[in-house]
Design a protein around this ligand. Structure first.
Ligand code: PSU
Length: 291
């Protein structure tokens, strides 16, 4: 970073809670390799033994992937986890907060958290949305996870002043599928165009994040009708099992994986790699503007 080279932040809840071992650790390494191949430097973010870390070794990534019962930390958990010298995977919210502290402007994940279905009853709205509203980091994702209420997620982003840019699309993607049915006002055709929006947002003095919605590649996308049925079944199972709060997302991802016979995992890996490639190119375009 001191040399002005492009750096991409990567999160670690996808490793600790989003995928089973060993695919989680393999994916984390593959995602880092995508960032490097596209000319940027990966910085996977986590809390290790009470330290905030931006940049992990391959051994540390493997340990995080292998460990059982690691904490899932969002912003509110950081101080207690550090004070207890704990280790935690960081969510999009916590990763954004740490990336901002480290001065890393671009971050790639799979799909952001959002408004959960049934939120009118449960009030379950991911802290990722609050972080996007308040922390100046650009998050490249494949839309919001299909397990969420996507129209309400977009409403909250609008209320909180977060620009949402489709990447070569006006259709907001739904994680495993390329189109959620929701339209976006803005589409960018190149990493340079995204970098221009980021620079302009900053020049206006706005302190929020920016969301770049990058659809899963066509060849890896799942059939929307098939996935809807699996998500509905997983949601019913979660309710019957009494799953709540931050266990909901990991439970649903794991259940959808079972119900799709592993196909959702392959899609998740493909989209995470695709997002890392784009984030690296956006970071490169931003560095070129600054340099
Ligand atoms: N993207 C993935 N898999 C994941 C996540 C994102 O492909 O597991 C994680 C991110 O860390 C995100 C979290 O912040 O899911 C959302 O959790 P919740 O809904 O509890 O805020």
């Amino acid at each position: 970073m001191a040399d002005g080279r492009p750096v991409v932040a990567l999160e670690s809840t996808i490793i600790t809670h989003g995928m089973p071992y060993p695919r989680n650790a393999e994916t984390a390494r593959a995602v880092e390799a995508e960032v490097r191949a596209a000319g940027a430097i990966p910085a996977t973010i986590a809390v290790i033994g009470g330290e905030l870390r931006a940049g992990l070794s391959a051994e540390e990534i493997d340990e995080l992937g292998r460990a059982e019962g690691v904490f899932k930390a969002t912003r509110r958990d950081l101080a207690p986890v550090i004070a207890a010298r704990g280790t935690a995977g960081t969510t999009v919210a916590a990763t954004m907060a740490i990336a901002a502290m480290a001065g890393i402007p671009v971050f790639a994940t799979g799909g952001i958290g959002g408004v959960h279905r049934g939120a009118a009853e449960t009030f379950d709205i991911s802290a990722d949305l609050t972080e996007l509203a308040t922390t100046p980091v650009t998050v490249v994702c494949a839309g919001a996870k299909s397990i969420l209420d996507i129209p309400k997620t977009l409403e909250v982003l609008e209320t909180r002043g977060v620009p949402v840019l489709g990447y070569r699309t006006h259709a907001f993607p739904a994680f495993f599928c390329r189109d959620s049915g929701e339209r976006l006002d803005f589409s960018c055709e190149s990493p340079e165009e995204v970098a221009a929006v980021i620079a302009t947002h900053r020049a206006l003095g706005f302190g929020s994040g920016i969301l770049v919605a990058n659809p899963i590649p066509e060849a890896d996308a799942l059939d929307p009708l098939a996935i809807d049925g699996r998500v509905a079944a997983a949601l019913a199972d979660a309710e019957a099992a009494g799953v709540s709060r931050k266990e909901v997302t990991p439970y649903l991802l794991a259940r959808v994986l079972e119900l799709t016979g592993g196909r959702s995992l392959e899609a998740n890996i493909a989209l995470a790699r695709n997002n890392a490639r784009l984030a690296a190119r956006i970071a490169g375009a931003l560095a070129a503007r600054n340099g």
